[in-house]
Design a protein around this ligand. Structure first.
Ligand code: PMV
Length: 346
């Protein structure tokens, strides 16, 4: 079927890795498997309008951010579309208008690449479904995750499910380097698990994650790190099933610090944490020691701190955050989020 014109709209959330993806091979193949919590409130909402151009020479597109043209985002989208067009040849027939916005403040230091690429991939799959209505739901979501991966690796974990594994792992049935898979066997203590994101530094990162991944080639600790990620994924899988929060805390914090240790031991070496990142970590450790409330932190490739805790201690932890941690945030800014379900058609 040829569609003359159509509009699609999807939202897709950000995600926060528990076992980190750091290091990749060609074609966005991860050097190690990773697992993440899908977020709920930090989302990208993308409207895709397509118009049949009447030729099949190549795709063309306009890019809008909050309704206005955004030149600086174009190269990333151009590269993404070039990468996926071999899997979505029908794109060549259309002029695409991509209008995107985030629910979180722009340049807040929250990467929008995962949510943004996932939202765009969902829209492209909606177009594919319109052209080819017989595709199954499973194919739809798997291919969406596959396409999102080609935009930004971690974006493949933002498509579907509360907890998503990406990367081949011997103990996770159906896991793949090519797309994320929903890990659905989760203990009830992790239901509505909270993630309060403390915005420590909203500036542009000094070293992009693309460069960071690259520095894992010839990294002196790379092989050991990749092995460790496999082991930690085995552990966290058991932990998510059994509900053992003290063990969860250990694995998750160790993963965050190991990620940053890899950065510090790259050549050239770099540090993305800021003094306030460490202040916050120490405060969290003191609070946990004093109260036995199982709150822990994780980090992505930046200075911001994700504070993770069960829903049943929400009141007291938010009080602690307001009293003791907000002072370390840039302009006192933080975002309250929790585990979510994945992308949504609007
Ligand atoms: O998806 P990328 O290439 O932006 O890499 C993300 C890497 C980390 O956020 C640091 C870890 C992860 O698994 O999300």
């Amino acid at each position: 079927t040829t569609i003359e014109n159509a509009n699609f709209q999807w939202s897709a959330p950000s995600n926060i890795a528990l076992v980190k993806y750091w290091g990749k091979k060609d074609n966005q193949i991860p050097a190690n498997p990773s697992i993440s919590f899908t977020l709920n409130n930090c989302k990208t909402i993308t409207l895709l309008s397509v118009v049949n151009k009447g030729d099949v020479n190549d795709f063309s597109f306009d890019l809008l951010f909050e309704g206005k043209p955004k030149e600086s985002f174009r190269p990333k989208i151009q590269k993404f579309l070039e990468r996926i067009v071999v899997y979505c040849p029908y794109l060549k027939q259309y002029h695409l208008t991509i209008d995107t916005e985030n629910t979180f403040p722009h340049s807040s230091g929250i990467a929008s690449s995962a949510s943004g690429m996932a939202a765009l991939a969902m829209n492209i799959m909606s177009l594919e479904k319109e052209i080819c209505p017989s595709i199954s739901e499973d194919y739809f979501y798997t291919k969406a995750s596959f396409l999102a991966r080609l935009g930004s690796g971690s974006a493949c974990r933002s498509v579907k499910g509360q907890v998503v594994v990406w990367g081949n792992h011997a103990e996770v049935l159906g896991s793949s380097d090519l797309f994320g898979v929903d890990f659905d066997a989760m203990h009830e203590v992790f239901q509505n698990y909270q993630d309060t994101i403390l915005l420590v530094d909203k500036g542009e990162k000094q070293v992009s994650s693309t460069v960071g991944h690259d520095l894992m080639h010839n990294h002196p600790f790379a092989e050991k790190r990749f092995e460790q990620a496999h082991e930690n994924l085995s552990s966290i899988k058991e932990i998510l099933i059994s509900g053992d929060i003290p063990e969860f805390v250990k694995v998750v914090e160790s993963e965050a610090l190991t990620l940053h240790a890899m950065m510090m031991t790259s050549m050239p070496y770099f540090i993305l944490m800021k003094p306030n990142t460490l202040e916050i970590i120490n405060k969290i450790w003191s609070f946990r020691n004093e109260t036995a409330i199982p709150v822990c932190f994780t980090l992505d490739a930046g200075a911001n701190v994700h504070v993770l805790y069960p829903e049943n201690v929400k009141e007291i932890v938010l009080q602690f955050i307001k009293n003791e941690l907000v002072g370390f945030c840039q302009n006192g800014q933080y975002i309250c989020d929790q585990i979510g379900q994945g992308a949504n058609q609007l």
